[in-house]
Design a protein around this ligand. Structure first.
Ligand code: 3PG
Length: 210
């Protein structure tokens, strides 16, 4: 049984979920603190670097934050992420194995979908909140708008190609709860430890209104 309400409660806390690539574990806590201070509490740490699981552990202690794991490609990664403290999972696609693994773990998953059939398959397993990925290349706001009527009980978090400039175009759609994006934590700012710049980007993102 999927607790869509618990996931929505997290995703509704801010309009943007930062998508994070953490190369150095020592960056994790200050990065999370800057984003939370800027008003973005839900954080997605992608499992794309060797430091990712330790980064999740480090961020889990940051007050006010809710740390999830992204780029979940298989059940083993889902289990590892939850063991590290991830409170939600995000996958770029929606394989039956990953959909089932999250159900078994009892941890909210945002499965990635880019087509109506993928959304219907995730829906058949009980999922009602999904990541629309890659949002820009897959069709952007117009595509997502066209899903609102036929998939009336599905809510999306578009991610991939979402920017400060176009986020509002997604957020104003009735079937969008939030957007995901990496623009609030640019690689050069993380590398330089420029946490004040990241906090300012987070503040601007948190202020985006539909
Ligand atoms: C990703 O998987 O990299 C995310 O969707 C972020 O995409 P973005 O870098 O276009 O925001």
């Amino acid at each position: 049984m999927i607790d869509s309400q618990a996931l929505l409660a997290v995703l509704r806390r801010a309009p943007v979920v930062p998508v994070l690539i953490v190369d150095r574990v020592e960056d994790a806590a200050p990065l999370a603190r800057a984003l939370v201070a800027g008003g973005l509490p839900a954080l997605e740490v992608t499992l794309r670097t060797p430091a990712a699981l330790d980064a999740i552990r480090a961020m889990a202690d940051v007050p006010g934050g809710v740390v999830g794991a992204g780029t979940i490609l298989d059940p083993a990664q889902a289990r590892d992420a939850v063991a590290a403290g991830a409170k939600f999972l995000v996958s770029p696609g929606a394989t039956p194995a990953v959909l089932d693994a999250a159900l078994e773990l009892g941890v909210p998953l945002l499965p990635g979908v880019a087509t109506v059939s993928e959304a219907m398959m995730a829906r058949e397993k009980g999922y009602r909140v999904m990541k629309f990925f890659p949002a820009g290349p897959a069709g952007g706001p117009n595509y997502l708008k066209a899903l609102a009527s036929p998939l009336a009980d599905v809510i999306f978090c578009p991610t991939g190609g979402v920017t400060a400039e176009n986020a509002r175009d997604y957020l104003k759609l009735p079937n969008v709860v939030c957007v995901g994006g990496s623009w609030v934590a640019p690689a050069d700012a993380v590398k330089a430890g420029d946490w004040s710049r990241i906090e300012a980007l987070a503040r601007d993102a948190a202020a985006i209104r539909p």
